[in-house]
Design a protein around this ligand. Structure first.
Ligand SMILES: NC(=O)c1ccc[n+]([C@@H]2O[C@H](COP(=O)([O-])OP(=O)(O)OC[C@H]3O[C@@H](n4cnc5c(N)ncnc54)[C@H](O)[C@@H]3O)[C@@H](O)[C@H]2O)c1
Length: 470
């Protein structure tokens, strides 16, 4: 059984010792012995890796050398003591010596917020230059693993060039770089290390990827390999999501308190829904939300809060955020002004004939107001009394779409092929097999704006295809 399958914060250290041996163990230097670095030192030493820690703080270096924890963190002191006693842990202020003495360098220096709100990369740059100086003296291959949370692009546009400039060596030839985000939670960081929520590696080459994978093979057999930039972004996406969850829970709490409802009674039910609430559902980028429920309920809750005098910035800005997503589609279609724009899918999602608050109709209405030529097909929209009553409803409920409703029947055609044959660009809002096939079979000069992510793998080198948010 792997540690990740155990998934328990109360993991016992004896279990770690029972893991299959990692056959080849690179020695590892860790630059920055704060919350991330000190935990990496202790936990990797416990797995049998020889570790050399580096910090500019003499106090932290002394603490690690003496097997004392420099921070408050459960079980960290015990593991550091064990590592020092086993001769697997050393620490120094001499970064160059530590890099020269090891095969792999983990970088976990601080990345605080600079005065203008940007991520301050001062420590990252300093450490990168010092690593470069060390590599100028080293003959063998070395791997640098970024653990810091940084803006996407930092590893390849800042760290690697600094190392190359200071060392005179080439990334991918003399050294490799990886981004390996850190997901530990302070307080339970040791348990999280041995049962990680996920292990993500972005590497500049296969050789570096293989070396870093080997380090983690004892704690996670399902490592996720992505590009370096995606690995950097995963960390930001995770933390923004966690912050969103906290803000959402607290906004629901403030609203509940004003309504004399126990927020925990509500959220205890909310978190039990693993199908729609706590699940991958709704989280993949696509087009704006719509339909008969979400926009209406969001407006109702925002209005309720305003009536109660409660400020809920997250919830009260959801409609604006959704509108900006429709704006983005309008912007992406601007280069096609004056050309024929076809639509595949009219309703807010596939497999329904409900036209209420469809963001696709809103997009079409905005284009129609600009004088664009439109045509559309939706397999669930058919001429008849039900369609007429839907059109009448939308015309009344949504004045911005009134003119489009007048013209909807005349601009609707009978098949996806009709749209493909008579459009210069096709906007696809439903990820169905029918539309995938139509897009694949299109004439070479027909462009596609994909609002629904038709293909998991993006069509490579196809300048006529683009997604709304990928
Ligand atoms: N704390 C967390 O729970 C956590 C979780 C995930 C990711 N991260 C990220 O990991 C990075 C480190 O976070 P942290 O909380 O461990 O930071 P920290 O401030 O606790 O530790 C950073 C250490 O780096 C040292 N340092 C700075 N420049 C140095 C240099 N040139 N040479 C050697 N040492 C140097 C500092 O003295 C300090 O001890 C940050 O990018 C942070 O965003 C932190």
């Amino acid at each position: 059984m792997t540690m990740s399958r155990m998934g328990s914060e109360s993991l016992r250290l004896e279990n770690v010792a029972a893991l299959p041996a990692v056959h080849e163990k690179p020695s590892i230097s860790v630059i920055g012995l704060g919350y991330v670095g000190a935990v990496s030192m202790a936990c990797l030493a416990h797995l049998g890796f020889r570790m050399v820690g580096v910090d500019i703080s003499l106090d932290k270096v002394r603490a690690i050398k003496e097997g004392r924890s420099p921070i408050v963190e459960a079980r960290l002191g015990d593991l550091l003591r064990e590592g020092v006693d086993a001769g697997l842990i050393d620490a120094t202020q001499n970064l160059v010596a530590a890099v020269l003495d090891t095969d792999v360098t983990f970088m976990s220096v601080g990345t605080p917020t600079s005065p203008n709100g940007d991520c301050d990369l001062t420590y990252v740059r300093q450490a990168s230059r010092a690593i470069g100086q060390a590599l100028s003296l080293k003959s063998g291959f070395h791997v640098i693993v970024m653990r810091c949370s940084v803006p996407p692009g930092t590893t390849l546009d800042c760290v690697a060039p600094e190392i190359e400039a200071a060392s005179g060596k080439k990334m991918g030839v003399d050294f490799g770089v990886c981004f390996n985000p850190e997901f530990l939670r302070e307080g339970v960081a040791v348990a999280d290390f041995y049962a990680p929520p996920k292990t993500v590696i972005g590497a500049c080459d296969k050789r570096s990827e293989e070396i870093v994978s080997r380090i983690y093979s004892a704690v996670d057999e399902r490592i996720l390999f992505v590009s370096i930039e995606a690995a950097e972004m995963v960390k930001y996406a995770d933390n923004v999501w966690h912050a969103t969850k906290v803000a959402f829970g607290n906004e629901i709490g403030r609203l509940c308190k004003a309504l004399a409802i126990d927020s925990h009674e509500v959220m205890n039910v909310f978190v039990k829904d693993l199908k729609l609430n706590l699940s991958p559902y709704y989280l993949k980028p696509g087009f704006a939300f719509g339909g008969s429920c979400l926009p209406k309920e969001v407006r109702a809750v925002a209005h309720l809060a305003t009536d109660l005098g409660i400020n809920l910035p997250l919830i009260q800005n959801l409609t604006a955020s959704n509108d900006r997503h429709v704006d983005q589609a309008v912007r992406l279609l601007k280069p096609f002004e004056g050309q024929r724009i076809g639509f595949l899918g009219l309703t807010f999602k596939p497999a329904t004939d409900d036209l209420r608050e469809s963001p696709t109709l809103e997009l079409m209405a905005r284009l129609q107001a600009k004088g664009e030529t439109l045509l559309a097909y939706d397999p669930n929209i058919a001429e008849g009394p039900h369609l007429q009553s839907q059109i009448d409803y939308v015309r009344h409920a949504c004045p911005s779409q009134a003119r489009l409703m007048d013209d909807l029947k005349s601009l609707t055609v009978q098949s996806a092929d009709d749209v493909m044959a008579n459009s210069d660009i096709v906007v696809v809002s439903h990820a169905t097999d029918e539309f995938r096939a139509a897009v694949k079979a299109r004439r070479p000069n027909v462009h596609v704006l994909d609002l629904a992510r038709l293909f998991a793998e993006l069509p490579a080198g196809d300048a006529t295809y683009q997604g709304i948010a990928w």
